[in-house]
Design a protein around this ligand. Structure first.
Ligand code: SF4
Ligand code: SF4
Length: 278
């Protein structure tokens, strides 16, 4: 039975406890300092996104979770609202990242989560383009691509994900996907009865179903999610045409170059924080 998460955006308060828990558990590098002292030892602000209270802006190789802040404020200031949603890898049942990886470094675990095996990744970045959600990101420090593992090490030891554990409102729930869907359906019905006609569930149909799915309070595009994500398919499933073989050779060459670069960066990569599960 697949494990996953139900993210109920209707009760997210944007506290970012999930972002912090993710970084902490997975040993991900901290953000750059948001203040520095100048020559006269005055405190100077820097490294802010300038976008509401969002301090990271997007998912990255060291931010596997990102809480979106969406301000819907009109000129009359009536009916204004803030929407929040905690975004991460969706652990798609048809995973574009996994489909396009030329060295088979991305695997689906028995619990349904999609994991980039760091010891096999050659840093060719195919998965960065293959993910329709822009989740998988390249790290120049490790020369690999990195993303959320669904706390692979925790869930295979009977624990839930760190983000779900930390969320104070219950906006992120971890469990069996089939059970989570029952909770999501009940919550959607409740919200619609309360007049929230725009409420919808994202992830039942997209990419043949997402193991991490969302209850949204507005259209998916408002939350930066594609209405109809296009999922690239496995290269070897496409006819073994000349161009496919050429692509494979190109990837092989890139992998070889990348492997050599990796050796020369060994010292640098030793500074990379330990990543669990990936
Ligand atoms: S969201 Fe992107 S990175 Fe995550 S499993 Fe789906 S395709 Fe892969
Ligand atoms: S911990 Fe929960 S309430 Fe706080 S930002 Fe994350 S999902 Fe939202």
């Amino acid at each position: 039975m697949a494990k996953g998460m139900f993210v109920d955006a209707s009760i997210c308060t944007g506290c970012k406890a999930c972002q912090v828990a993710c970084k902490e558990w997975n040993g991900l590098a901290p953000e750059p300092a948001h203040f520095r002292s100048d020559a006269e030892t005055r405190i100077v602000a820097n490294n802010f996104t300038g976008n509401s209270y969002d301090n990271t802006g997007t998912l990255s190789a060291t931010d596997w979770r990102h809480v979106r802040f969406i301000e819907q404020i009109n000129q009359q200031r009536k009916g204004s609202r803030w929407l929040f949603s905690s975004d991460s890898c969706k652990h798609c049942t048809d995973a574009g990242c996994l489909n396009v990886c030329p060295v088979k470094a991305i695997e689906r675990d028995p619990l349904g989560n999609v994991v980039i095996r760091q010891d096999r990744c050659k840093g060719v970045k195919a998965c960065n383009k293959g993910c329709p959600y822009g989740v998988s990101k390249y790290s120049a420090v490790s020369n690999t691509s990195r993303k959320c593992t669904l706390c692979d090490d925790r869930i295979h030891n009977g624990l839930g994900t760190a983000c779900a554990k930390a969320c104070p409102t219950g906006s992120i729930r971890f469990g069996e996907v089939s059970e989570l869907k029952k909770i999501a359906d009940a919550r959607l019905a409740q919200l619609q009865e309360l007049g929230q006609k725009k409420a919808n569930i994202y992830g039942y149909t997209q990419a043949k179903g997402l193991n991490v799915f969302y209850l949204l309070m507005d259209k998916p595009s408002v939350y930066g999610l594609p209405d109809n994500p296009v999922v690239p398919q496995r290269t070897q499933d496409v006819a073994s045409s000349g161009s496919t073989i050429m692509n494979a050779m190109a990837f092989g060459l890139a992998a070889l170059v990348s492997f050599r670069e990796r050796g020369s960066r060994k010292k640098l990569s030793e500074k990379e924080p330990k990543v669990s599960g990936g």
